[in-house]
Design a protein around this ligand. Structure first.
Ligand SMILES: CSCCC(=O)C(=O)COP(=O)(O)O
Ligand SMILES: [Zn+2]
Length: 203
């Protein structure tokens, strides 16, 4: 059983991200944690700007469906991986923007550094713009369990939780304690990546 407010939050975030061009075609997926062992996640293959009640389903923390007759997002295990690793995560957003696609393809290393932006304040522990974040860039892989294994290894080596991550040529993942927090982080990340892309073009 999915609480109405959870379904509404997921439908509304889809509409908003679609208006911003962050979830073209059927790209992107969203989830909200329901409790320690379950989450509500978008059904696979839906246009995220036109979600309806019924396009959200429940899976367990290992990605097993708990709603009959529906297939959860192809990337469900990436959502589960975030909830398993970061107990404070209450909502996860995945977007496919031009900026995250172009910039992750252009990135030569394994992260993109964003420095000096006022919008860095959308991320935890950054009270001023005089800061920077390194957003990891991981390789795209159609084998989602294998991609999550790679992410777990990456996170094992990090002292602090990352601000999110990019999948090269694919998209962005962010999370926060709740949906408004995750939305703020996704919009901030996408804004900064769009700025980086513009600056690159001007150079
Ligand atoms: C047409 S986008 C390809 C799949 C993808 O990357 C995505 O984000 C949407 O997949 P889902 O199964 O969650 O609809
Ligand atoms: Zn995707």
């Amino acid at each position: 059983m999915i609480p109405d407010h959870v379904e509404v939050a997921i439908i509304e975030v889809g509409r908003r991200l679609d208006r911003q061009g962050l979830v073209p075609a059927t790209a992107g997926n969203f989830s909200i944690r329901l409790d320690a062992r379950t989450l509500a996640v978008t059904v696979s293959g839906r246009h995220k700007g036109f979600l309806r009640p019924g396009d959200v389903m429940v899976v367990d923390i290992d990605g097993r469906p708990l709603t009959a007759g529906k297939r959860s997002s192809a990337e469900t295990l990436l959502h589960c991986g975030i909830y398993r690793r970061f107990p404070e995560a209450g909502a996860v957003l995945h977007g496919h923007s031009i900026a995250n696609t172009v910039m992750s393809r252009a990135a030569e290393g394994e992260s993109i550094t964003l420095a000096g932006y006022e919008l860095l304040k959308a991320f935890p522990g950054l009270p001023t713009h005089e800061a920077e974040i390194a957003v990891p860039v991981v390789e795209n892989d159609q084998d989602i369990p294998r991609m999550q294994q790679g992410l777990d290894l990456l996170w094992d080596g990090m002292a602090e939780p990352p601000p999110g991550y990019l999948i090269r040529g694919h998209g962005s993942y962010v999370w926060a304690a709740d949906m408004p927090g995750a939305l703020a982080r996704l919009e901030a990340l996408e804004f900064m990546l769009a700025c980086e892309m513009q600056e690159r073009r001007m150079r």
